[in-house]
Design a protein around this ligand. Structure first.
Ligand code: IMP
Ligand code: MG
Length: 375
């Protein structure tokens, strides 16, 4: 199968006919078990579920009645949760019956919430939800989805009834939106190596998103977010912010579908955090492409940090504390290099020279990195 174009976007093959068929028959089986000896009223949610419902109907061997419900989510720049009923169902058809709602896909759960609140008003004996596709990472509601055909990551898919602006419903397989990803990488190096300076330049040149954990904490604290309040309590005591809080903040940033690529600075600081990050990225269907280390000899670092201390007026930046920070770096942070080396993702750049020279070296390395197929 090849990539296809719908309107202005490109979609790539994602789930083949076989996998879809298996998910549909598994759903039919689960619902038959649930039905026992009673007939089921299937509520087909239009338009997206028309192919799924037809295929499920052919697999379903017990008594079944089919009703059709049509809703439309208002289109805006964001999912507003504003769902309108276009074709309703008579109360008589549902009242006292065992009802199963057939959804093609559950994303945020907004549509489903509306469906459930409307249908329960019609007093069915029982109501269950069956969806062919479910995006657990996008789901924002609490009520359980009873029967799930297949869980998928947070990607936009088309085919098998699902559309992009009404096109793509007739595709027999599922395709997913091709992301215009650049690169996700860690800019690595000891304190004073110039990571922050370089990351900011690269971010602007390549349109990437810059994640500096220190800035991230400060922003959350400044904006008094729930995560910021938690972080503040630790920082005030002079403790490190626990990994869980950092991870939750990062999660928020990488979940933004508009992000083209990420530069991490100051994270991961330990191998444990690197493992966390890999897991987190995988959950979002992303991957760290590279760790790029800025190599700067120790005597340069000490000199730079002493200079910086003078201009920023930080009294604690004497030679001794600097040496201590570097020791900490060697002991705890440097092993992160090896962690990515083992994955074949380690790159090193000479960090001595003018800002422009070092920047050019970094850009050269970035363009040489062959981006992995995003999983
Ligand atoms: P909700 O966010 O769960 O309310 O999903 C609302 C509706 O958005 C679904 O019923 C689909 O019509 C549509 N939708 C959500 N995700 C996708 C997708 O990946 N492809 C196509 N349509 C989708
Ligand atoms: Mg739709």
């Amino acid at each position: 199968m090849e990539s296809i174009q719908l309107h202005d976007k490109t979609f790539e093959p994602y789930i083949d006919k076989d996998k879809i068929a298996k998910a549909v028959s598994s759903l039919a089986n689960q619902i038959e078990k649930y039905a026992g000896n009673e007939p089921i009223v299937f509520i087909v949610v239009l338009k997206g579920s028309f192919i799924f419902a037809a295929d499920l109907a052919k697999q379903y061997t017990k008594d079944a009645v089919f009703e059709f419900y049509r809703l439309k989510s208002y289109e805006g720049t964001q999912t507003s949760g504003d769902v309108k009923i276009l074709v309703d169902i008579d109360t008589d058809l549902i009242k006292g019956k065992k009802v199963v709602v057939l959804e093609d896909i559950v994303d945020t759960g907004n549509t489903l919430e509306k469906i459930m609140s409307e249908l329960t008003k019609k007093q069915p004996a029982d109501i269950k939800i069956a969806t062919l596709f479910f995006k657990p990472n996008a789901y924002k509601k609490d009520f359980p989805i009873d029967f799930v055909g297949m869980e998928i990551p947070n990607a936009f898919i088309v085919g098998y009834g699902l559309d992009y602006d009404e096109l793509g419903r007739n595709l027999p397989e599922i395709y997913r939106l091709k992301k215009e990803k650049m690169i996700d990488f860690i800019l690595f190096g000891p304190p004073g190596a110039g990571k922050g300076t370089q990351a900011k330049i690269i971010k602007d040149k390549l349109g990437l998103t810059y994640i500096a954990t220190g800035d991230m904490f400060r922003n959350h604290i400044k904006n008094e977010t729930p995560l910021g309040k938690k972080a503040k309590a630790y920082i005030q005591k002079g403790d490190l912010v626990p990994d869980e809080i950092t991870i939750d903040m990062i999660k928020e940033i990488i979940s933004d579908p508009e992000v083209k690529g990420l530069i991490f600075d100051g994270f991961p600081r330990t191998v444990k955090q690197a493992e966390f990050l890999d897991k987190l990225m995988a959950e979002k269907d992303l991957i760290i492409d590279a760790l790029i280390a800025l190599d700067v000899p120790e005597e340069h670092l000490v000199k730079r940090l002493l200079e910086r201390g003078k201009t920023s007026g930080r009294s604690d930046d004497n030679e001794e504390t600097i040496k201590h920070r570097l020791q900490q770096y060697h002991a705890k942070t440097e092993p992160v290099k090896e962690y990515y080396q083992k994955q074949g993702k380690y790159y090193e750049v000479n960090g001595v020279g003018s800002i422009e020279d070092v920047n050019q070296r970094l850009l050269d390395v970035i363009s040489s990195i062959k981006l992995r197929e995003k999983a």
